[in-house]
Design a protein around this ligand. Structure first.
Ligand code: GCV
Length: 657
């Protein structure tokens, strides 16, 4: 194996060597085989002995059984002196229960008698991979794809380890190809790639994961040889039905499709004067007989904007495109909505569609891949951000109105809903480029399964599993992780204005990088002010929220400061709550952010000797880069502001001219 075990890095438990266990179950099949395999691997490492199969004298008995009163992904663990019972309504739940058991054994959190019961918060917990058939990964920062190479589908040992890793945190669906379905990817629907897809789907099924594909809406033309892809055309409808029948009948546990349509150049129903609902519902009909799902993305906007146009607002557009279609989507269609209205900036307001849509299945889309948050060369632990998004009160008048209530089905009782993340894996030896970026992948799965977990809890679990439970290791890494998103936000583009990055590859500071471009993301800085007015006096974006949010965002005085420049054009001499001017606040946060990274690097350095040397060196090197790069961010932004305003830092720190 030429890659790391990430958090499945089982290690000996002190004082428990030689402890005997046995596993008893009447169940059989692929999931159960995988449970046995996991227990063997884990117990051999933790106790020095694999568990026996069947009741064995003198061994702690692990009993796995079905309890049909429970959900098939729920589980109950009851531990007493000599027995550990794991019950679930399905084998998937037994698998999740076993992973929880192992996690607790490894982290020393299974002491005494224990009884716990878990039910996943979200029905769908989905990984979106933006992997391309030739082997590259769009917004991938950890090497090449391990699903595709040279236009072939790859299935090998790593496929299984991927599935283990995802199942261990409760992911139950995986879309393996990029939402931009280009080159040979449309052919994934066809016979051409069938054999390896079946092989992959079988492996996934053994870990409770449904395989999904991204599809190209023009497929009837691209691969079907038809002269149209009009969703209302009989030939097109028949083609999709037959294509879906063929896929669902042959690929085990196939889940359905993820669709990016009429977005950033991807083909869609607009070409025929049809709506998103026409397109999605036609596909939904084709997959319905097999229990399939269509996940339709809401990331739709005019990406051919002119910077001179100060009326069109990208932030408004996804809502405008979809709000009028509320109630028109079939029950096996889910709208997948990015967490914010623009595109995964370090800070954005929560997308107004969550509060707006009331008769539509919804899924939240977050980005674990760090496209705008340091591309896995910076540490940026995103769980505090995910926590805030999930807890955001949409004020939509419903009994349960937070994002987590709406996407989990708690409010509307929906079954087809949940959470998806654009994930950060690749074929790098450590899977995620930066070793500490694995905490984001781990954390996404954990919070998707248990949506009340705190970022600190998740961090501590991940650290203990990855590096062991040494108190200093736990403490320092937790501090690094918890400091990292606020630090990144401080030295990034200020107060949610976003987008001060190099165009196209999105790495590194470039204040004017997108200023005159076609993507609709402008800061409009002058010598006296910064930002766009998105209030009712400006583009009206703030009015997409229900009250009292609309009024709160509408005024500079009541708008939460961290979102100030998203909603308003503000003068540099505006006085912030701290008593400092806006300009001084920008200077201060940029100095602070870079200083925070130095502290993070020192916290890591203090762990030398406590962490396996190669892993230690890998993170040390990335942190050293982050120290320098955060200064580059600091200096570029501060200098730009200084040159514009000619107002020096009140604290006399170095700002380059
Ligand atoms: C897959 C942004 C990214 C694109 C991505 C797109 C999307 O624009 O930069 O790489 O395309 O979002 O989410 O579809």
């Amino acid at each position: 194996m030429d890659y790391t075990k990430v958090w499945l890095n089982y290690r000996p438990i002190e004082g428990a060597q030689g402890k005997k266990h046995c596993v008893c179950t009447r169940e059989s099949g692929a999931v159960i085989d995988n449970i046995y395999a996991e227990l063997d691997t884990a117990f051999a490492a933790m106790y020095g002995e694999k568990p026996a199969r069947g009741l064995t004298d003198g061994a702690v008995k692990i009993d796995l059984f079905l309890d049909k009163t429970m959900g098939k992904e729920s589980y109950r663990i009851e531990k007493s002196d000599r027995t550990i019972d794991i019950a679930s309504g399905g084998q998937e739940g037994l698998l999740y229960g076993v992973f929880e058991l192992l996690r607790r054994m490894q982290t020393g959190t299974l002491e005494g008698n224990v009884r716990l019961e878990k039910k996943p918060s979200n029905p769908l917990r989905m990984a979106n991979h933006w992997d391309n058939m030739e082997g590259t990964i769009e917004r991938g920062y950890s090497g090449m794809s391990f699903f595709f190479e040279n236009n072939e589908v790859i299935v090998n040992e790593r496929t299984r380890d991927y599935a283990r890793m995802m199942a261990s945190v409760g992911i139950n669906a995986s879309v393996i190809n990029n939402v931009n379905v280009r080159t040979t990817a449309p052919w994934l629907l066809t016979e051409r790639y069938r054999a390896p897809l079946i092989e992959m789907a079988k492996i996934f099924a053994g870990y409770g994961i449904r395989l999904f594909l991204s599809l190209n809406f023009a497929s009837p033309v691209r691969v079907g040889g038809l002269d149209t892809a009009d969703p209302c055309d009989e030939k097109v409808i028949a083609w999709w039905k037959e294509t879906c029948r063929d896929l669902f009948e042959n690929v085990p546990n196939f889940g359905g499709f993820l669709v990016k349509a009429d977005s950033e150049g991807e083909f869609g129903p607009f070409a025929y004067g049809r709506t998103h609902a026409d397109g999605a519902n036609m596909l939904a009909d084709a997959v319905r007989p097999y229990g399939g799902i269509i996940v339709w993305r809401c990331f739709v906007y005019n990406c051919q904007q002119d910077w001179r146009d100060n009326v069109t607002d990208r932030a408004c557009q996804s809502y405008i495109n979809f709000i009028g279609l509320d109630g028109q989507f079939a029950d096996n269609v889910i709208l997948q909505i990015k967490n914010g209205p623009v595109d995964f900036q370090v800070r954005e307001p929560v997308h107004p569609l969550f509060g707006g849509l009331k008769h539509t299945n919804m899924m939240l889309e977050v980005q674990v891949a760090q496209e705008y948050t340091g591309q896995q060369r910076h540490v940026c632990y995103l769980l505090p951000e995910f926590r805030e998004i999930l807890d955001f009160k949409t004020c939509n008048g419903e009994k349960y109105d937070t994002v987590k209530d709406l996407i989990s089905g708690k409010n509307y009782g929906y079954k087809n809903c949940g959470i998806a993340a654009v994930v950060n894996t690749g074929n790098d030896a450590n899977w995620t480029g930066h070793d500490l970026a694995a905490a984001n992948l781990y954390g996404f799965g954990r919070i998707a399964f248990e949506d009340t977990l705190t970022p600190e809890q998740i961090a501590r679990e991940w650290i203990a599993l990855t590096y062991g439970t040494d108190e200093q290791v736990m403490e320092n890494i937790e501090k690094i992780l918890m400091m990292s998103w606020p630090a990144y936000e401080k030295y990034n583009a200020p107060l949610a204005i976003g987008w001060m990055v190099n165009p196209s590859y999105h790495f590194g500071p470039n204040v004017d990088g997108y200023e005159y471009d076609r993507w609709g993301t402008y800061h409009r800085i002058s010598h006296s002010a910064i930002g766009r007015d998105r209030s009712s006096r400006g583009t009206g974006y703030a009015q997409q929220y229900p009250e009292p949010l609309a009024s709160m965002y509408n005024e500079i005085d009541t708008c939460p400061e961290e979102l100030l420049l998203f909603f308003h054009r503000v003068r540099f001499d505006h006085v912030m709550k701290s008593g400092e001017t806006l300009l001084q606040h920008i200077y201060d946060t940029h100095f602070e952010g870079a200083e925070d990274v130095e502290k993070m690097a020192a916290l890591w350095d203090a762990l030398e000797g406590k962490i396996e040397p190669e892993a230690f060196a890998r993170v040390k090197e990335r942190l050293a880069f982050q120290v320098e790069h955060s200064k580059e961010w600091r200096d570029r932004i501060n200098t730009y502001m200084y040159r514009m305003t000619e107002i020096p830092d009140a604290k006399g720190r170095k700002i380059y001219e």
